[in-house]
Write a protein that binds this ligand. Structure first.
Ligand code: GAL
Length: 419
Protein backbone atom coordinates (compact mmCIF):
# COMPACT_ATOMS: atom_id res chain seq x y z
CA UNK A 1 0.00 0.00 0.00
CA UNK A 2 2.76 2.38 0.98
CA UNK A 3 4.41 1.41 -2.28
CA UNK A 4 1.32 2.21 -4.31
CA UNK A 5 1.06 5.68 -2.81
CA UNK A 6 4.72 6.38 -3.47
CA UNK A 7 4.42 5.27 -7.09
CA UNK A 8 1.33 7.42 -7.54
CA UNK A 9 3.06 10.47 -6.12
CA UNK A 10 6.02 10.01 -8.47
CA UNK A 11 3.84 9.64 -11.56
CA UNK A 12 1.20 12.35 -11.67
CA UNK A 13 -1.92 11.51 -13.65
CA UNK A 14 -1.82 12.71 -17.24
CA UNK A 15 -3.48 16.06 -17.86
CA UNK A 16 -6.09 16.46 -20.55
CA UNK A 17 -8.27 19.34 -21.66
CA UNK A 18 -10.42 17.01 -23.77
CA UNK A 19 -9.90 19.23 -26.83
CA UNK A 20 -8.63 18.76 -30.41
CA UNK A 21 -10.14 15.33 -30.84
CA UNK A 22 -9.42 15.95 -34.51
CA UNK A 23 -6.49 18.13 -35.64
CA UNK A 24 -7.14 21.90 -35.41
CA UNK A 25 -7.62 23.42 -38.87
CA UNK A 26 -7.90 27.08 -39.82
CA UNK A 27 -5.59 29.99 -40.64
CA UNK A 28 -2.50 31.40 -38.98
CA UNK A 29 -0.98 34.80 -39.66
CA UNK A 30 2.72 33.89 -39.61
CA UNK A 31 3.63 32.19 -42.89
CA UNK A 32 2.60 35.09 -45.08
CA UNK A 33 2.50 38.18 -42.87
CA UNK A 34 5.08 37.62 -40.12
CA UNK A 35 4.75 40.41 -37.54
CA UNK A 36 2.83 42.66 -39.93
CA UNK A 37 -0.67 41.89 -38.61
CA UNK A 38 -3.63 43.96 -37.45
CA UNK A 39 -7.31 43.87 -36.63
CA UNK A 40 -8.51 44.74 -40.12
CA UNK A 41 -6.46 41.91 -41.63
CA UNK A 42 -8.01 39.40 -39.21
CA UNK A 43 -11.55 40.71 -39.76
CA UNK A 44 -11.08 40.59 -43.54
CA UNK A 45 -9.61 37.09 -43.29
CA UNK A 46 -12.62 35.87 -41.28
CA UNK A 47 -14.99 37.39 -43.82
CA UNK A 48 -13.03 35.88 -46.70
CA UNK A 49 -13.09 32.42 -45.06
CA UNK A 50 -16.85 32.67 -44.73
CA UNK A 51 -17.37 33.93 -48.29
CA UNK A 52 -15.07 31.41 -49.97
CA UNK A 53 -16.44 28.36 -48.16
CA UNK A 54 -13.39 27.63 -45.99
CA UNK A 55 -15.22 28.06 -42.70
CA UNK A 56 -17.93 25.67 -43.84
CA UNK A 57 -15.26 23.21 -44.98
CA UNK A 58 -14.06 23.10 -41.35
CA UNK A 59 -11.40 25.82 -41.07
CA UNK A 60 -12.63 27.47 -37.88
CA UNK A 61 -9.39 28.55 -36.16
CA UNK A 62 -8.10 32.05 -36.88
CA UNK A 63 -4.76 32.27 -35.11
CA UNK A 64 -2.66 35.36 -34.38
CA UNK A 65 1.01 34.48 -34.35
CA UNK A 66 3.84 36.65 -33.04
CA UNK A 67 3.41 40.43 -33.45
CA UNK A 68 0.11 41.20 -31.70
CA UNK A 69 1.92 42.41 -28.55
CA UNK A 70 2.59 46.02 -27.66
CA UNK A 71 6.21 45.90 -26.51
CA UNK A 72 9.44 44.49 -27.74
CA UNK A 73 11.91 43.63 -24.98
CA UNK A 74 11.94 41.46 -21.88
CA UNK A 75 9.02 40.70 -19.63
CA UNK A 76 11.06 42.06 -16.74
CA UNK A 77 10.92 45.44 -18.42
CA UNK A 78 7.44 45.40 -19.99
CA UNK A 79 3.96 44.02 -19.37
CA UNK A 80 2.24 41.78 -21.92
CA UNK A 81 -0.39 43.93 -23.60
CA UNK A 82 -2.04 44.09 -26.99
CA UNK A 83 -0.68 46.67 -29.43
CA UNK A 84 -3.47 49.29 -29.47
CA UNK A 85 -2.40 50.63 -32.85
CA UNK A 86 -2.63 47.24 -34.54
CA UNK A 87 -5.72 46.07 -32.62
CA UNK A 88 -7.69 49.20 -31.65
CA UNK A 89 -10.73 47.32 -30.35
CA UNK A 90 -8.63 44.81 -28.36
CA UNK A 91 -8.48 41.05 -28.48
CA UNK A 92 -11.74 40.35 -26.60
CA UNK A 93 -13.58 42.30 -29.29
CA UNK A 94 -11.85 40.24 -31.98
CA UNK A 95 -12.58 36.87 -30.39
CA UNK A 96 -16.19 37.93 -30.01
CA UNK A 97 -16.22 38.83 -33.70
CA UNK A 98 -14.91 35.35 -34.54
CA UNK A 99 -17.27 33.55 -32.16
CA UNK A 100 -20.33 35.33 -33.52
CA UNK A 101 -19.40 33.90 -36.90
CA UNK A 102 -18.85 30.32 -35.70
CA UNK A 103 -15.06 30.62 -35.60
CA UNK A 104 -12.35 30.48 -32.93
CA UNK A 105 -9.51 32.85 -32.12
CA UNK A 106 -5.96 31.75 -31.34
CA UNK A 107 -3.09 33.73 -29.81
CA UNK A 108 0.66 33.37 -29.40
CA UNK A 109 3.18 33.62 -26.58
CA UNK A 110 6.24 31.82 -25.30
CA UNK A 111 7.98 30.61 -22.15
CA UNK A 112 10.91 33.03 -22.42
CA UNK A 113 11.50 36.66 -21.44
CA UNK A 114 10.95 37.47 -25.10
CA UNK A 115 9.21 35.68 -27.98
CA UNK A 116 11.03 34.62 -31.11
CA UNK A 117 10.38 37.97 -32.80
CA UNK A 118 11.52 39.85 -29.66
CA UNK A 119 8.18 40.75 -28.03
CA UNK A 120 7.54 40.29 -24.31
CA UNK A 121 7.11 36.62 -23.36
CA UNK A 122 5.25 34.89 -20.55
CA UNK A 123 8.15 33.80 -18.33
CA UNK A 124 7.19 34.11 -14.67
CA UNK A 125 3.68 35.32 -15.54
CA UNK A 126 2.08 32.16 -16.90
CA UNK A 127 -0.92 32.22 -14.54
CA UNK A 128 -1.65 35.92 -15.25
CA UNK A 129 -1.35 35.44 -18.98
CA UNK A 130 -3.53 32.32 -19.06
CA UNK A 131 -6.17 34.27 -17.13
CA UNK A 132 -5.93 37.19 -19.52
CA UNK A 133 -6.23 34.91 -22.56
CA UNK A 134 -9.25 33.16 -21.04
CA UNK A 135 -10.90 36.51 -20.23
CA UNK A 136 -10.33 37.56 -23.82
CA UNK A 137 -12.17 34.44 -25.03
CA UNK A 138 -9.12 32.82 -26.60
CA UNK A 139 -9.53 29.26 -27.95
CA UNK A 140 -5.98 28.28 -28.94
CA UNK A 141 -2.51 29.16 -27.64
CA UNK A 142 0.69 28.63 -29.61
CA UNK A 143 3.35 28.54 -26.91
CA UNK A 144 6.68 28.91 -28.64
CA UNK A 145 10.11 28.20 -27.20
CA UNK A 146 11.79 29.39 -30.41
CA UNK A 147 13.75 26.17 -30.92
CA UNK A 148 15.71 27.01 -27.76
CA UNK A 149 16.57 24.46 -25.04
CA UNK A 150 17.90 22.05 -27.63
CA UNK A 151 20.25 20.48 -25.08
CA UNK A 152 18.24 21.18 -21.94
CA UNK A 153 17.24 18.20 -19.78
CA UNK A 154 13.77 16.86 -20.53
CA UNK A 155 12.65 17.74 -17.01
CA UNK A 156 13.27 21.41 -17.77
CA UNK A 157 11.31 21.24 -21.03
CA UNK A 158 8.50 19.44 -19.28
CA UNK A 159 8.39 22.06 -16.55
CA UNK A 160 7.99 24.83 -19.14
CA UNK A 161 5.02 23.27 -20.89
CA UNK A 162 3.44 21.85 -17.73
CA UNK A 163 3.43 25.31 -16.15
CA UNK A 164 1.43 26.84 -19.02
CA UNK A 165 -0.78 23.77 -19.41
CA UNK A 166 -1.73 23.91 -15.71
CA UNK A 167 -2.34 27.64 -15.94
CA UNK A 168 -4.70 27.13 -18.88
CA UNK A 169 -6.51 24.19 -17.28
CA UNK A 170 -7.13 26.33 -14.18
CA UNK A 171 -9.12 28.77 -16.33
CA UNK A 172 -11.90 26.26 -16.98
CA UNK A 173 -12.10 27.55 -20.52
CA UNK A 174 -11.22 25.15 -23.31
CA UNK A 175 -7.97 26.47 -24.79
CA UNK A 176 -6.12 24.21 -27.22
CA UNK A 177 -2.39 24.17 -26.39
CA UNK A 178 0.26 23.99 -29.11
CA UNK A 179 3.81 23.41 -27.87
CA UNK A 180 5.92 24.91 -30.64
CA UNK A 181 9.21 23.31 -29.89
CA UNK A 182 11.01 22.03 -33.00
CA UNK A 183 10.85 18.47 -31.71
CA UNK A 184 13.70 18.68 -29.20
CA UNK A 185 13.73 16.37 -26.18
CA UNK A 186 11.53 13.78 -27.97
CA UNK A 187 8.57 15.98 -27.12
CA UNK A 188 6.15 13.54 -28.79
CA UNK A 189 6.88 11.02 -26.01
CA UNK A 190 5.64 13.19 -23.14
CA UNK A 191 3.77 16.30 -24.28
CA UNK A 192 0.38 14.62 -24.49
CA UNK A 193 0.52 13.66 -20.79
CA UNK A 194 1.08 17.33 -19.95
CA UNK A 195 -2.12 18.37 -21.71
CA UNK A 196 -0.47 19.56 -24.94
CA UNK A 197 -2.70 19.09 -28.00
CA UNK A 198 -0.07 19.38 -30.72
CA UNK A 199 3.66 19.79 -30.94
CA UNK A 200 5.91 20.74 -33.81
CA UNK A 201 8.10 17.84 -34.88
CA UNK A 202 10.69 19.91 -36.74
CA UNK A 203 12.01 23.32 -37.58
CA UNK A 204 10.08 26.00 -39.51
CA UNK A 205 8.75 25.06 -42.91
CA UNK A 206 10.09 26.90 -45.95
CA UNK A 207 8.02 27.65 -49.03
CA UNK A 208 9.61 24.76 -50.93
CA UNK A 209 8.62 21.23 -51.84
CA UNK A 210 12.12 19.87 -52.01
CA UNK A 211 15.02 22.26 -51.57
CA UNK A 212 17.59 20.77 -49.22
CA UNK A 213 19.72 23.94 -49.50
CA UNK A 214 17.41 25.68 -47.06
CA UNK A 215 17.72 22.89 -44.51
CA UNK A 216 21.29 23.89 -43.82
CA UNK A 217 19.95 27.36 -43.09
CA UNK A 218 17.53 25.91 -40.50
CA UNK A 219 14.37 25.55 -42.64
CA UNK A 220 12.60 22.29 -43.58
CA UNK A 221 10.86 21.81 -46.92
CA UNK A 222 7.73 19.65 -47.38
CA UNK A 223 9.63 16.40 -47.89
CA UNK A 224 11.90 17.11 -44.89
CA UNK A 225 8.87 17.51 -42.64
CA UNK A 226 7.34 14.34 -44.06
CA UNK A 227 10.51 12.33 -43.46
CA UNK A 228 10.86 13.77 -39.96
CA UNK A 229 7.48 12.29 -39.07
CA UNK A 230 8.26 8.71 -40.09
CA UNK A 231 8.31 6.65 -36.90
CA UNK A 232 6.36 9.23 -34.90
CA UNK A 233 2.90 8.09 -36.04
CA UNK A 234 2.24 6.14 -32.87
CA UNK A 235 2.41 9.23 -30.70
CA UNK A 236 -0.52 10.94 -32.44
CA UNK A 237 -4.22 10.36 -31.89
CA UNK A 238 -7.39 12.16 -30.82
CA UNK A 239 -6.41 15.12 -28.61
CA UNK A 240 -2.67 14.97 -29.34
CA UNK A 241 -1.08 15.42 -32.76
CA UNK A 242 2.29 15.61 -34.47
CA UNK A 243 2.45 19.07 -36.04
CA UNK A 244 4.27 19.26 -39.39
CA UNK A 245 4.03 23.09 -39.34
CA UNK A 246 1.65 25.48 -41.05
CA UNK A 247 0.60 25.03 -44.67
CA UNK A 248 2.41 26.77 -47.51
CA UNK A 249 -0.34 26.21 -50.12
CA UNK A 250 -0.93 29.47 -52.00
CA UNK A 251 2.21 31.31 -50.88
CA UNK A 252 3.74 30.98 -54.37
CA UNK A 253 7.15 32.19 -53.23
CA UNK A 254 5.73 35.62 -52.34
CA UNK A 255 5.58 35.36 -48.55
CA UNK A 256 6.81 38.38 -46.62
CA UNK A 257 8.09 36.02 -43.98
CA UNK A 258 9.15 32.57 -45.16
CA UNK A 259 12.22 31.74 -47.17
CA UNK A 260 11.70 29.63 -50.28
CA UNK A 261 10.89 30.17 -53.89
CA UNK A 262 7.47 28.54 -53.88
CA UNK A 263 6.17 25.25 -55.23
CA UNK A 264 4.08 24.20 -58.23
CA UNK A 265 0.32 23.67 -58.03
CA UNK A 266 0.89 19.90 -58.08
CA UNK A 267 3.45 20.13 -55.27
CA UNK A 268 1.19 22.27 -53.06
CA UNK A 269 -1.61 19.77 -53.60
CA UNK A 270 0.72 16.92 -52.66
CA UNK A 271 1.75 18.80 -49.51
CA UNK A 272 -1.90 19.27 -48.57
CA UNK A 273 -2.72 15.59 -49.18
CA UNK A 274 0.25 14.50 -47.06
CA UNK A 275 -0.63 16.76 -44.12
CA UNK A 276 -4.18 15.37 -44.26
CA UNK A 277 -2.94 11.78 -44.28
CA UNK A 278 -0.59 12.22 -41.31
CA UNK A 279 -3.27 14.11 -39.32
CA UNK A 280 -1.19 17.22 -38.88
CA UNK A 281 -2.99 20.38 -37.79
CA UNK A 282 -3.66 22.29 -41.02
CA UNK A 283 -3.31 26.03 -40.51
CA UNK A 284 -3.34 27.79 -43.85
CA UNK A 285 -0.52 30.32 -44.05
CA UNK A 286 -1.48 32.17 -47.23
CA UNK A 287 -3.32 35.48 -47.66
CA UNK A 288 -6.90 34.15 -47.73
CA UNK A 289 -8.18 37.37 -49.29
CA UNK A 290 -6.15 36.70 -52.42
CA UNK A 291 -6.27 32.92 -52.86
CA UNK A 292 -6.22 31.86 -56.51
CA UNK A 293 -8.93 29.40 -57.62
CA UNK A 294 -6.57 26.41 -57.78
CA UNK A 295 -5.33 26.93 -54.20
CA UNK A 296 -8.87 27.40 -52.95
CA UNK A 297 -9.98 24.22 -54.71
CA UNK A 298 -7.04 22.40 -53.11
CA UNK A 299 -7.77 23.68 -49.62
CA UNK A 300 -11.51 23.02 -49.76
CA UNK A 301 -11.41 19.44 -51.05
CA UNK A 302 -13.80 18.03 -48.49
CA UNK A 303 -12.87 14.43 -49.27
CA UNK A 304 -9.23 15.13 -48.37
CA UNK A 305 -10.18 17.21 -45.32
CA UNK A 306 -12.33 14.27 -44.17
CA UNK A 307 -9.18 12.12 -43.96
CA UNK A 308 -7.51 14.68 -41.69
CA UNK A 309 -10.64 15.03 -39.58
CA UNK A 310 -11.51 11.34 -39.44
CA UNK A 311 -12.72 10.59 -35.90
CA UNK A 312 -10.61 7.43 -35.52
CA UNK A 313 -7.48 9.60 -35.68
CA UNK A 314 -5.30 6.84 -37.15
CA UNK A 315 -2.20 8.36 -38.67
CA UNK A 316 -0.96 7.25 -42.09
CA UNK A 317 1.98 4.87 -42.14
CA UNK A 318 4.46 4.52 -44.96
CA UNK A 319 3.89 0.93 -46.07
CA UNK A 320 6.15 0.92 -49.13
CA UNK A 321 9.29 2.76 -50.07
CA UNK A 322 10.67 1.97 -53.49
CA UNK A 323 13.20 4.78 -53.72
CA UNK A 324 11.28 7.74 -55.09
CA UNK A 325 7.92 5.93 -55.00
CA UNK A 326 6.20 5.69 -51.65
CA UNK A 327 2.83 4.36 -50.49
CA UNK A 328 1.06 5.63 -47.34
CA UNK A 329 -2.14 4.14 -45.93
CA UNK A 330 -4.47 4.62 -42.98
CA UNK A 331 -7.64 3.00 -41.76
CA UNK A 332 -10.66 5.26 -41.34
CA UNK A 333 -13.41 5.14 -38.76
CA UNK A 334 -15.93 3.51 -41.11
CA UNK A 335 -13.56 0.64 -41.93
CA UNK A 336 -12.53 2.00 -45.33
CA UNK A 337 -8.86 2.83 -46.00
CA UNK A 338 -7.11 5.85 -47.49
CA UNK A 339 -4.17 5.18 -49.80
CA UNK A 340 -1.71 7.82 -50.98
CA UNK A 341 0.78 7.15 -53.78
CA UNK A 342 3.67 9.65 -53.76
CA UNK A 343 6.11 10.10 -56.61
CA UNK A 344 9.14 12.04 -55.33
CA UNK A 345 11.00 11.48 -58.59
CA UNK A 346 11.55 13.75 -61.58
CA UNK A 347 9.49 11.77 -64.12
CA UNK A 348 6.00 10.28 -64.33
CA UNK A 349 5.84 6.74 -62.91
CA UNK A 350 3.43 3.85 -62.86
CA UNK A 351 2.57 2.92 -59.31
CA UNK A 352 0.41 0.17 -57.94
CA UNK A 353 -1.07 -0.79 -54.62
CA UNK A 354 -2.73 -3.89 -53.29
CA UNK A 355 -4.56 -4.09 -49.95
CA UNK A 356 -3.30 -7.60 -49.33
CA UNK A 357 0.32 -6.93 -50.26
CA UNK A 358 0.77 -3.39 -48.94
CA UNK A 359 -1.65 -3.12 -46.07
CA UNK A 360 -1.99 -6.69 -44.89
CA UNK A 361 -5.73 -6.25 -45.29
CA UNK A 362 -7.28 -9.30 -46.90
CA UNK A 363 -9.61 -7.47 -49.29
CA UNK A 364 -10.48 -9.66 -52.24
CA UNK A 365 -12.80 -7.25 -53.95
CA UNK A 366 -12.79 -3.55 -53.24
CA UNK A 367 -14.10 -0.31 -54.64
CA UNK A 368 -11.73 2.55 -55.37
CA UNK A 369 -12.57 6.24 -55.28
CA UNK A 370 -10.17 8.93 -56.49
CA UNK A 371 -10.34 11.77 -53.94
CA UNK A 372 -8.88 14.43 -56.24
CA UNK A 373 -10.88 13.53 -59.32
CA UNK A 374 -13.97 12.94 -57.12
CA UNK A 375 -14.71 9.80 -59.13
CA UNK A 376 -15.38 6.17 -58.35
CA UNK A 377 -12.88 4.18 -60.40
CA UNK A 378 -14.73 0.89 -60.07
CA UNK A 379 -14.34 -2.47 -58.39
CA UNK A 380 -11.02 -4.31 -58.26
CA UNK A 381 -9.91 -7.78 -57.30
CA UNK A 382 -6.26 -7.23 -58.25
CA UNK A 383 -3.61 -4.55 -57.57
CA UNK A 384 -4.58 -1.08 -58.78
CA UNK A 385 -2.06 0.52 -61.16
CA UNK A 386 -2.11 4.23 -62.00
CA UNK A 387 0.18 6.90 -63.40
CA UNK A 388 1.59 9.36 -60.90
CA UNK A 389 3.28 12.50 -62.19
CA UNK A 390 6.52 13.85 -60.83
CA UNK A 391 5.91 15.23 -57.29
CA UNK A 392 2.26 14.26 -57.45
CA UNK A 393 0.34 12.39 -54.75
CA UNK A 394 -2.72 10.45 -55.85
CA UNK A 395 -5.17 9.73 -53.06
CA UNK A 396 -7.79 7.00 -52.99
CA UNK A 397 -10.36 5.71 -50.57
CA UNK A 398 -10.90 1.97 -50.84
CA UNK A 399 -13.65 -0.13 -49.40
CA UNK A 400 -13.97 -3.86 -49.05
CA UNK A 401 -16.91 -5.18 -51.05
CA UNK A 402 -16.84 -8.91 -50.60
CA UNK A 403 -15.69 -11.21 -47.91
CA UNK A 404 -15.86 -14.89 -47.30
CA UNK A 405 -17.76 -15.68 -44.16
CA UNK A 406 -17.92 -19.42 -43.49
CA UNK A 407 -17.32 -19.99 -47.17
CA UNK A 408 -20.04 -17.55 -48.31
CA UNK A 409 -19.53 -14.26 -50.05
CA UNK A 410 -21.35 -11.13 -49.01
CA UNK A 411 -21.53 -7.44 -49.86
CA UNK A 412 -20.09 -5.47 -46.94
CA UNK A 413 -20.61 -1.91 -47.99
CA UNK A 414 -21.32 0.23 -50.98
CA UNK A 415 -19.56 3.32 -52.23
CA UNK A 416 -21.05 6.53 -50.84
CA UNK A 417 -22.39 9.07 -53.30
CA UNK A 418 -19.94 11.76 -54.38
CA UNK A 419 -19.92 14.75 -52.03
C1 GAL B 1 9.17 30.62 -34.66
C2 GAL B 1 8.06 29.66 -34.99
C3 GAL B 1 7.26 30.26 -36.12
C4 GAL B 1 6.70 31.60 -35.69
C5 GAL B 1 7.83 32.51 -35.18
C6 GAL B 1 7.29 33.78 -34.56
O1 GAL B 1 9.93 30.07 -33.66
O2 GAL B 1 8.60 28.40 -35.35
O3 GAL B 1 6.22 29.38 -36.51
O4 GAL B 1 5.75 31.40 -34.68
O5 GAL B 1 8.63 31.85 -34.24
O6 GAL B 1 8.30 34.64 -34.13
Amino acid sequence: MVFAIAAHAATPAPRSNGLALTPPIGWSSWNNFGEDINEQLVVDTIEAMIANGMRDAGYVFVNLDDGWQRYKGTRRDHPLEVDPKKFPHGIAWLSNYAHERGMKLGIYSGPGQTTCAGYTGSEGHEADDAKMFANWGIDHLKYDSCCSHRDAPKTELQRIFRTMSDALLAQKRGIVLHACHCGWGDIWEWASDLGVNHWRIGQDISDDFNYPGNREKYYFDVLDQLDRGVGLEKYAGPGHWNDYDMLIVGLDGKSKQLVGTGASNTEYRTHFSLWAMVSSPMLVGADIRKLDPYSLETLTNKEIIALNQDPAGNVAQKVRDDGDLEVFTRELADGSHAVLLLNRGATTAEMSFSPRRDMQVPMDRFSVRDLWKHRNLGTYDMPVTVEVQSHEARVFRIRQLTTSVNGRSGELSTEPAAR
